[in-house]
Design a protein around this ligand. Structure first.
Ligand SMILES: C[S@@+](CC[C@H](N)C(=O)[O-])C[C@H]1O[C@@H](n2cnc3c(N)ncnc32)[C@H](O)[C@@H]1O
Length: 274
C-alpha cells in the first residue's frame, strides 16, 4: 500500500543518493566521453541547461565561461544533491518543471542530462519535453544525454538469477535495472516500481540469493525499499524507440556506448536541434 506519510519518490532518492551507484549515476568513463564531445562541439561562454541536478554532470570540465542553469522540481534533490557553491563555474539552480521551463525561446546553447527519460511517461512527456527543449535551444543548439535503454530482446529471469548466484552482477543497482527492464511492458506502459520491488522481494527470500546479497553494502541494497508500494512507473525505451522519439526535434551527431557493466543500456547521444 502507498504510504502517504513517507517522502515522495525523488525526495527518497535524495536521501539515498550517496548509496546510489553505477549504472544509475554516471561513471568516470561517461564523464570522459561527455567532456570529449563538449570539447569538440561546444563553444566558450555557452549557456547550458542541466535537466536535474546530477553532480557528475555539473562538475564536467566545461569550456571557459560556460554558464550552467540546473532545473529540478524536487526540493530534496536540490538541497541534498546539487553541488552549488562547490562548483568551479558560473552555475545556478532553480526549482521547476521541465515541461514548462521559465526560459525564453532560443536562449540556451546546449541542454544536458542523465537518465531523465526514465521517470517520464511515453508518449506524452517525451514529446512535450522534446518540443520544450527545441523551443529553449537556439537553432543548432546541442542536446547531450546519457539515456537508460532496454535491450531489443528481453532477457529471462533465469539468466538474471544465474548471473546473480554466480557473482556476475556487480552492483545492486545493475540488478535493479535488469529486473526493471525484464518486467517492462511496451513503452507506453513501462514498469511499475512496486512490481520491481515484488519480484525483488520474492528473489531475496531464496536463501542462496540472500547469501549473495550480503556481498553488497546493506545501504545500497536497501535503496530498493524506495520502490515498495510505489505506484509510479519508469519507462525504458529501446535505443530504436528513443531515436524515434527524438527524431521530430533533433538530428543525431554521435552515439557512444560505455563498456562498464550494462554500458550497452546507457548510451550517450549527442544531438542538435533541427
Ligand atoms: C535526472 S533524473 C535521473 C537521475 C539519476 N540518473 C538516477 O536515476 O538516479 C532524476 C531527477 O529528475 C527530476 N525530475 C523528474 N521529472 C521532472 C520534471 N518533469 N521536471 C523537473 N524535474 C524532474 C527528479 O526530481 C530527479 O531529481
Amino acid at each position: 500500500m502507498h504510504d502517504e506519510t513517507r517522502p515522495s519518490h525523488w525526495e527518497q532518492h535524495a536521501l539515498n543518493w550517496r548509496h546510489v551507484g553505477l549504472p544509475l549515476r554516471p561513471a568516470g568513463q561517461d564523464v570522459r566521453i561527455m567532456e570529449s564531445l563538449l570539447a569538440v562541439h561546444l563553444d566558450q561562454a555557452a549557456r547550458v541547461l542541466l535537466l536535474g541536478v546530477t553532480p557528475e554532470l555539473a562538475r564536467l570540465r566545461w569550456p571557459d565561461r560556460t554558464h550552467l542553469l540546473a532545473v529540478d522540481r524536487s526540493a530534496g534533490m536540490i538541497q541534498r544533491v546539487w553541488p552549488g557553491d562547490a562548483l568551479a563555474l558560473d552555475a545556478q539552480v532553480i526549482r521547476g518543471d521541465w515541461n514548462a521551463l521559465p526560459l525564453s525561446d532560443g536562449c540556451r546553447d546546449a541542454v544536458i542530462g542523465d537518465g531523465f527519460y526514465t521517470p517520464l511517461a511515453y508518449p506524452s512527456d517525451y514529446h512535450r519535453l522534446g518540443r520544450e527543449l527545441a523551443r529553449v535551444l537556439r537553432p543548432g543548439g546541442l542536446y547531450l544525454i546519457r539515456a537508460f535503454v532496454r535491450p531489443d530482446a528481453a532477457e529471462s529471469l533465469e539468466v538474471i538469477e544465474a548471473d546473480l548466484l554466480a557473482g556476475r552482477i556487480g552492483t545492486v543497482h545493475a540488478l535493479k535495472w535488469r529486473l526493471a527492464m525484464l518486467l517492462h511492458d511496451d513503452l507506453a506502459t513501462g514498469v511499475r516500481l512496486d512490481t520491481v520491488w515484488r519480484l525483488w522481494d520474492a528473489l531475496r527470500a531464496q536463501p542462496a540469493v540472500a547469501d549473495r546479497l550480503r556481498q553488497w553494502p546493506a545501504e545500497e541494497v536497501a535503496t530498493l525499499e524506495a520502490y515498495r508500494g510505489e505506484p509510479g512507473r519508469y519507462t525504458f525505451p529501446t535505443l530504436t524507440e528513443l531515436r524515434a522519439a527524438l527524431a521530430p526535434d533533433f538530428t543525431e551527431l554521435d552515439c557512444r556506448v560505455p563498456d562498464y557493466e550494462l554500458g550497452d543500456r546507457c548510451p550517450i547521444l549527442l544531438l542538435k536541434t533541427r
